[in-house]
Design a protein. Structure first.
Length: 486
C-alpha cells in the first residue's frame, strides 16, 4: 500500500445515465505516496454528432454549445488521451484512482466509454491498480468524528456531503465547482484534511480499495464495523461476517454480514421459508458489503461506541459474532436464499431488451478481439473500417461503426452510412420515453427549465440562463434537421 500512488480525477458529462453519458471534460492529478502532486492532466472535447445532451447537465457543468462544438479534440481523441495518460502514470507503480462520488458514476463512465471506444474497460482496477471513492472516505471519517470537517445542513435538515458545500465550509474557494480539474483539486484538499486529522485511520480507509482485500477481511475477521449511508446519514454498523465457507454472495460476489443488534440464536431455528421472509423484513439483519465498490471497513471498536451497540453488553456482542462466524449451516442457508433471489431477478431482467451500450457486464470481450484493439487504433480510418470484419464480438462492430461515423464518415460505404444514420435518427427523434436522451426529451427539458425560476444553477441572472438555454435549443433544432433528412 505505501508504494502506491494516487490519481485524483473528475469527469463532466452530458447526462446522468452512465450507460449513455458522454465524457466531455476530464481533470486528473497524479500524487505520490505522501499525497503530494507530481503532475496534472486535463482535456475537453467536442460532443459526437450522434449524442443528444441533457440541458440540466450542461447547465450544471457550464458546458455551452460553443464549448461542445468548437474544441480541437474530438471525443475519440480525448478518450485515447485519457487511456494513454492513465497507462503512463500506472507504469512506474500501481495507482489508486480516486474521485468524489466516483465509484457509482465516474468509474462507470470511464469503463463504459473505454468499452464503447474499443479499449480495455477495466484499466483502473487491473494490473495492480485499484479504486476508491473520496465520498466514502469522508462519510466514514465524519461518522467516526463529526468534527473532522466543517459541514452545513441542507434544506431537509441533514448534513450536506456535497463537494461544493464541504469545500466552501472548509475555507476553499468554490466558484469554479463543476469544472473537472477544479473538482479533482478540491477533492484532494478535503482528503488532505482527513489525512492530517485522522492519520491512524488514513491507511485503514484504503485497505478496501480492491475486491480481494475486502473479501480477505470478511473471511478472516469475526467482528467488524461497516460504514453505510442511509437516509442522508452516515452510520456505523457493528457486524459479524458469515462463516468463511459462505460469506460471499453466490452470484453478485458481495460480502455478507449480520448486524449484531439482531437476536442471532432466534434466526438459527427458522425454516427455509421463514428465514427467507425474515431476510426481507426491515430493518434487515443481513448487511451487504459491496466488495468492489470501495466500502469502508473499520475495527469493531468503532461500532461498539455508537448506538445501539453501546447499549448492548460487549460480551453479548462478542458471543453473537462468534456464533455467526462459526455456523457454517446458517451461512449456507442464507446464501442459498440469496441465490434463489438472484435467479428470480435474472429471469425478469432477461426479458428486457438491452442495447449494446448497456451490455458491458453481459460478457467479456474475447481475447482475440482485445488483441486487435491497439492495431485498430493505430490504423487509418479506412483500414479501421476493414478491420471491423475481424471482430468476433458484435458489440465491438457496432461501436467501431459509430466511431467511424463520428470521426471519418467519408470512409463508410454509402449503404453502411445510411444504415448507421437511420439508426441514430430513430434514436434521437423518438417520441417515446427512451433510456437515452432524445431531441423531444431535450426540448421539453429546456421548456421546463425556462419556467423554473428556482433552478438558476450558477447563472447570475434569468436572462443569462435563458440565453444559455436558447443556444441549446438551437443546437437541438440543428440535430433535428440533420437527422430528419434520411
Amino acid at each position: 500500500m505505501t508504494n502506491k500512488r494516487y490519481v485524483l480525477y473528475d469527469l463532466e458529462t452530458d447526462q446522468a445515465s452512465t450507460d449513455w453519458a458522454t465524457i466531455i471534460e476530464i481533470g486528473a492529478i497524479l500524487l505520490d505516496e505522501n499525497f503530494k502532486e507530481i503532475e496534472r492532466f486535463s482535456g475537453r472535447c467536442r460532443l459526437p454528432q450522434d449524442r443528444v445532451p441533457s440541458a440540466t447537465a450542461l447547465c450544471v457543468n457550464r458546458s455551452s454549445i460553443e464549448l461542445l462544438t468548437k474544441q480541437n479534440l474530438s471525443h475519440y481523441q480525448l478518450i485515447g488521451q485519457v487511456e494513454a495518460k492513465f497507462k503512463e502514470w500506472s507504469k512506474a507503480s500501481p495507482i489508486i484512482f480516486i474521485g468524489f462520488s466516483s465509484i457509482n458514476f465516474d468509474e462507470e463512465c470511464i469503463r463504459k466509454e473505454f468499452f464503447k471506444s474499443l479499449r480495455e474497460p477495466y484499466l483502473t482496477n487491473t494490473k495492480g491498480n485499484s479504486r476508491h471513492d473520496a465520498l466514502n472516505i469522508i462519510r466514514a471519517a465524519y461518522a467516526v468524528d463529526s468534527t473532522v470537517l466543517n459541514t452545513e445542513l441542507n434544506e431537509k435538515g441533514n448534513v450536506s456531503m456535497k463537494l461544493e458545500s464541504l469545500g466552501r465550509l472548509n475555507g476553499f474557494n468554490t466558484d469554479q465547482s463543476h469544472s473537472a480539474l477544479f473538482d479533482a483539486e478540491l477533492t484532494g484538499k478535503l482528503l488532505s484534511i482527513v489525512k492530517e486529522k485522522q492519520p491512524d485511520l488514513w491507511q485503514t480507509y484504503f485497505k478496501t480499495s480492491t475486491r480481494q482485500n475486502v473479501e480477505e477481511i470478511i473471511k478472516n475477521e469475526t467482528m467488524i464495523t461497516v460504514n453505510e449511508y442511509f437516509y442522508s446519514r452516515s452510520r456505523l454498523y457493528l457486524c459479524a461476517p458469515l462463516h468463511p465457507s459462505n460469506c460471499i454472495h453466490p452470484v453478485w460476489k458481495y460480502g455478507q454480514a449480520v448486524d449484531l443488534r439482531t437476536d442471532i440464536e432466534r434466526l438459527f431455528d427458522l425454516s427455509h421459508s421463514e428465514l427467507k421472509k425474515e431476510m426481507n423484513k426491515a430493518p434487515k439483519f443481513l448487511r451487504t458489503i459491496r466488495s468492489n465498490k470501495a466500502p469502508v471497513i473499520l475495527n469493531a471498536s468503532h461500532g461498539m461506541k455508537v448506538e445501539p451497540y453501546n447499549a448492548i453488553a460487549p460480551d453479548l456482542l462478542k458471543k453473537r459474532a462468534h456464533l455467526i462466524k462459526s455456523n457454517a449451516k446458517f451461512a449456507e442457508d442464507v446464501c442459498n436464499i440469496l441465490r434463489e433471489n438472484a435467479e428470480e431477478k435474472a429471469e425478469t431482467d432477461s426479458q428486457l431488451d438491452s442495447e449494446p451500450e448497456e451490455q458491458i457486464y453481459k460478457g467479456f470481450t474475447p481475447d482475440k478481439d482485445r488483441f486487435l484493439f491497439p492495431k485498430f487504433h493505430a490504423a487509418d480510418w479506412g483500414e479501421k473500417f476493414k478491420m471491423l470484419e475481424n471482430f468476433e464480438d458484435q458489440r465491438m462492430k457496432v461501436f467501431g461503426e459509430q466511431l467511424i461515423y463520428n470521426e471519418a464518415p467519408d470512409v463508410l460505404p454509402e449503404k453502411v452510412f445510411k444504415r448507421i444514420k437511420k439508426k441514430i435518427a430513430d434514436r434521437v427523434l423518438s417520441m417515446g420515453d427512451e433510456k437515452w436522451w432524445t431531441i423531444p426529451k431535450l426540448q421539453k427539458e429546456i421548456d421546463d427549465l425556462r419556467e423554473k425560476n428556482d433552478r438558476m444553477f450558477a447563472f447570475k441572472s434569468k436572462n443569462e440562463k435563458l440565453k444559455f438555454l436558447d443556444q441549446i435549443d438551437q443546437y437541438a433544432n440543428q440535430l433535428k434537421e440533420k437527422y430528419s433528412k434520411i
